[in-house]
Design a protein around this ligand. Structure first.
Ligand code: NAP
Length: 258
């Protein structure tokens, strides 16, 4: 397995939710393969620090303030990628929230809907804004960061499970509509990853995931490596599906042994 993927060099990507966690690791990893990256998150300062670090090591990166629950912000991130780097080849729709964790009867309707706006509509907004550019280029890769929650039910996570299931449906629909036109759309279910999200989950104490020993979580660099591999043609047979990092065969193909 090569350390870098030469076919990615010179491409341009947007990574949403790139201010920390899996998104930040994915932005760094894509830059290592020669991809110019737009880091999009609400917290501009944190994303800008990561973009500056990428530039200092010879990569190309810019940060933009973007709330994926607002279509205009997502469309502006796409324009920023075109303006800065002249193209858009890869969209990693990674921004996501698990809060507020609460059982249905206790849930706050507004907060529940806002989480769905981020986890589900944010993925739609990404596809809607990026696809026309990719279709003009006759190529593109969209990776929607999914979860085992897309196909499973967990107490206190109805907003998360339902919105990840809806995002998986968008992955399938987009693949059906655009595969023949050179667009590869797939999802990544990373397993449990040592990020701020797992800290919040642990603090909730509400379901079996919150009881996990933090030592079992994988580092964000592992899904980041998977994301880079998924941007290559080698991953084409995962289009329209969620690739799970719990699938040993998939991990072997990616070259992950952990
Ligand atoms: P994290 O450390 O909490 O990071 C979440 C990222 O999303 C942050 O950069 C945050 O930045 C951004 N974000 C949140 N709301 C946003 C919004 N409205 N607009 C733009 N950006 C927004 O969590 P993570 O673990 O890296 O999660 C990344 C993705 O992996 C999520 O989709 C999550 O569901 C998925 N995932 C995580 C795990 C896990 O175990 N950690 C497991 C399965 C799936 P700002 O706050 O600056 O906007």
């Amino acid at each position: 397995m090569p350390d870098t993927f030469p076919e990615l060099a010179g491409k341009a990507a947007i990574v949403t939710g790139a201010s920390r966690g899996i998104g930040a690791a994915a932005a760094r990893e894509l830059a290592r393969h020669g991809v110019a990256v737009v880091l999009a998150a609400r917290t501009l300062e944190a994303s800008e620090m990561i973009a500056a670090e990428i530039r200092q090591t010879g990569g190309r990166a810019v940060a933009v303030a973007c709330d994926v629950s607002h279509y205009d912000d997502v469309a502006a991130a796409v324009r920023a990628c075109q303006d800065e780097f002249g193209r858009l080849d890869i969209l990693v729709s990674n921004a996501g929230v698990v809060e507020p964790i609460a059982r249905l009867a206790d849930s706050d309707p507004e907060a529940w809907a806002h989480a769905a706006d981020i986890n589900f509509k944010g993925v739609y907004f990404g596809l809607r804004a990026a696809l026309p550019v990719m279709l003009d280029q006759k190529a593109g890769v969209v990776i929607n960061i999914s979860s085992g929650a897309a196909t499973g039910a967990l107490e206190g996570w109805s907003h998360y499970c339902a919105s990840k299931a809806a995002a998986l449906s968008l992955t399938r629909c987009a693949d059906k509509e655009y595969r023949e036109q050179g667009i590869r759309v797939m999802g990544l279910s990373p397993g449990t990853v040592a990020t701020e999200m797992q800290v919040l989950i642990k603090a909730s104490g509400i379901n079996p995931v919150s009881q996990l020993d933090p030592a079992v979580h994988i580092l964000p660099e592992i899904p980041a490596r998977a994301i880079a591999w998924m941007c290559t043609e080698a991953a084409a047979d995962y289009c329209g599906t969620d690739l799970s990092l719990r699938d040993e065969k998939a991990c072997r193909r990616i070259g992950l042994d952990y």
